[in-house]
Design a protein around this ligand. Structure first.
Ligand SMILES: Nc1ncnc2c1ncn2[C@@H]1O[C@H](COP(=O)(O)OP(=O)(O)OP(=O)(O)O)[C@@H](O)[C@H]1O
Ligand SMILES: [Mg+2]
Length: 165
């Protein structure tokens, strides 16, 4: 599994911006890692990379937030506070695998069986004062996205952000 070393929150935001720039086809991305690992920080960067300039709220209590882009909808889920399968059904997560969506899910382990399968899994880990983000591509689309992302990150040469094998 390849990884990024991300030394601070500014670098995490920059990593997200490059992922947003790499997005094209519809994909499902799972973000795993403990509370405070940097998942929402990355998603905020992704939305900025897509050109969104408004405020990005963490879906901690709403469970799901949506953002409209030309021809695509971006869904940001945080399932940490999900209580039962009925709530997932109410959110309509089973319909999220349509071809016109980008779906980013924090705490996907709480939605097992109901969520669409991931194209890319990102595993966040605390390391010293910073973070590591591991990449696990689970489909051809996910592999393409990961490759495009790594190329953009390298070209951006952001301080405190490095790709590792
Ligand atoms: N690479 C990093 N190094 C150090 N601090 C970071 C890094 N990335 C994010 N942070 C900081 O970690 C804190 C928590 O980040 P964030 O809210 O993104 O975590 P999260 O994984 O979404 O947590 P939760 O599971 O509670 O939703 C924030 O203060 C953020 O600025
Ligand atoms: Mg979060």
């Amino acid at each position: 599994m390849s990884q990024f070393r991300v030394e601070d929150a500014v670098a995490m935001d920059a990593l997200g911006v490059q992922l947003g720039r790499a997005l094209s086809t519809a994909v499902v991305v799972y973000l795993t890692g403990e509370l405070g690992a940097g998942k929402t920080t990355l998603v905020r960067g992704v939305l900025r990379g897509l050109g969104f300039t408004g405020r990005v709220r963490s879906p901690t209590y709403t469970l799901m937030e949506g953002y409209e882009f030309p021809g695509r909808v971006f869904h940001h889920l945080d399932l940490y506070r999900i209580r039962d399968a009925g709530e997932l059904e109410f959110l309509g997560v089973r319909e999220l695998d349509a071809a016109d969506r980008w779906v980013f899910v924090e705490w996907p382990e709480r939605g097992v069986g109901d969520l669409p399968p991931p194209d890319l899994e990102l595993k966040f880990e605390l390391r010293d004062a910073g973070r590591r983000v591991g990449l696990n591509a689970r489909s051809e689309q996910g592999r393409k996205l990961a490759a495009a992302w790594r190329t953009l990150v390298k070209a951006a040469a952001v301080p405190g952000l490095a790709g590792l094998e």
